[in-house]
Design a protein around this ligand. Structure first.
Ligand code: NAD
Length: 416
């Protein structure tokens, strides 16, 4: 475990401490909020294609369930560790509260490299993980979804294994499933669509002209591609994009759909026709108007924050900005739509999916999109107004908004 990883949870708690000071929270209440309710570690033996057994480590963390069942994705990545999953679960409590879905925070993950595994190995790993945590998940207690390295097929395998174990078809156990087994319209693009709606509100209040705005994106996966497309449709220019192998830069702008097709074919955006090669981290500091970190955590750091030239940062990734970098951006007057607000569209449509699963009645793509727009617009305005009211930055405002609701729920339950 690297030094940085071991302190990620402590870093994650810093905005909570700030919000606690603004709200004058009692220190024992802050203690409750600073600790996850449960952290589960499981071993998953998997028969690999070569016939040998390999044991993987999986996690599922439940941060706080005062506002409802835990909700949060499952990450498959070599860097997954307890500290990271705890941080991600905590962020989910904040995010669910900010956007107003009736959930607590949860997160899971397996330390593995899905890029080096066959489909059969991934299926056996997912089924093993589902079996190992089955007692602790379910529509009324903890509802997983995808995150980095997982997708709707993995959700389908997880659901199937869970149904077999509990002997009931309960599609609400997991979200972002394929449409054929109870997925929701609009879930595939929901995080990007939600970040887009938040961006539309932000450019109004921060006076950033959208037409011709230059957009730079770090990471070009699930969450990055839709927002690139929607912004391009409003005449923004996608001037830079990168992935784990490298990046592409073209000050004239790149077609985001062609860029996605290119990456699907070659597995990287590097070498996209007409672009110059840049490094994975270069999108953070290129000349642009809107910077969208959409890869992993701790990418905008005290080393590069001073060189950020954007007029607005939209955090699609979870935790992309370290607290030191956050301070630098604030001093430079660069507004940030914090992750817990900007990327909450994914969990919002996951909530819609769970509601539809429980009703057994499904909405059209237009209905889902309209409800998502309303939720994101309301959440942005709540956070922005809180920032004005308390004279704090948008991240602190998001945590203040969230903590008020979580504390109220804990009080209503008599937990504090
Ligand atoms: P993904 O695996 O589809 O995409 C991640 C992208 O980041 C890939 O293109 C990868 O190559 C790139 N990447 C990895 N390391 C990089 C590096 N060092 N520099 C540049 N690029 C790098 O994952 P995703 O689902 O798009 O998730 C991305 C982020 O968004 C994560 O922080 C995740 O927690 C967050 N998020 C995802 C969802 C969702 O619905 N999928 C919802 C909320 C938040």
């Amino acid at each position: 475990m690297s030094e940085q990883k071991s302190s990620l949870y402590e870093e994650a708690l810093k905005p909570l401490k700030k919000a606690a000071a603004v709200l004058n929270l009692r220190s024992d209440v802050t203690d409750v909020l600073s600790n996850p309710e449960r952290a589960l570690i499981v071993s998953i033996p998997v028969k690999m294609d070569d016939g040998k057994i390999r044991v993987f480590t999986g996690y599922r963390v439940r941060h706080n369930t005062a506002r409802g069942p835990a909700k949060g994705g499952i990450r498959y990545h070599p860097g997954v560790c307890l500290d990271e999953v705890k941080s991600l679960a905590f962020w989910m409590s904040v995010k669910n509260s900010v956007v107003g879905v009736p959930y607590g925070g949860g997160k899971g993950g397996i330390t593995c490299n899905p890029k080096e595994m066959s489909q059969g190995e991934l299926e056996r790993l997912t089924r093993g993980y589902a079996a190992a945590i089955a007692k602790f998940v379910g529509p009324d207690q903890d509802v997983p979804a995808p995150d980095v390295g997982t997708n709707s097929q993995i959700m389908g395998w997880f659901a199937d294994e869970y149904y077999k174990i509990v002997g009931r078809i309960t599609p609400g156990v997991i979200t972002a499933k394929p449409l054929s087994i109870g997925g929701s319209e609009g879930r595939g693009t929901a995080t990007g669509r939600g970040a887009f709606f938040a961006t539309l509100e932000a450019v109004k209040v921060f006076n950033i002209p959208l037409r011709g705005a230059r957009v730079s994106i770090q990471g070009y996966g699930n969450v990055a591609r839709p927002i690139a497309k929607y912004l391009h449709e409003l005449d923004c220019k996608i001037v830079a994009a990168s992935d784990s192998k490298g990046g592409a830069y073209n000050p004239e702008g790149m077609n985001p759909v062609a860029l996605a097709d290119f990456k699907d074919r070659t597995r990287t955006v590097k070498g996209f026709p007409g672009s110059n090669e840049i490094n994975t981290e270069d999108p953070i500091t290129v000349d642009c108007d809107i910077l969208i970190p959409a890869a992993l955590e701790s990418q905008i750091t005290k080393k590069n924050a001073e060189n950020v030239k954007a007029k607005l940062v939209v955090e699609e990734a979870n935790g992309p900005t370290t607290p030191e970098a956050d301070k630098i951006l604030h001093e430079k007057g660069i507004p940030v739509i914090p992750d817990v607000l900007a990327n909450s569209g994914g969990v919002t449509v996951s909530y819609f999916e769970w509601v539809q699963n429980r009703m057994g009645y499904y909405w059209s793509a237009e209905e889902v999109d309209e409800k998502l727009k309303q939720a994101m617009t309301r959440a942005f305005r709540d956070v922005y107004e809180t920032a004005q009211q308390y004279h704090v930055d948008m991240r602190t405002a998001a945590y203040v908004t969230a903590m008020k609701k979580i504390v109220e729920a804990m009080q209503s339950l008599g937990r504090i």
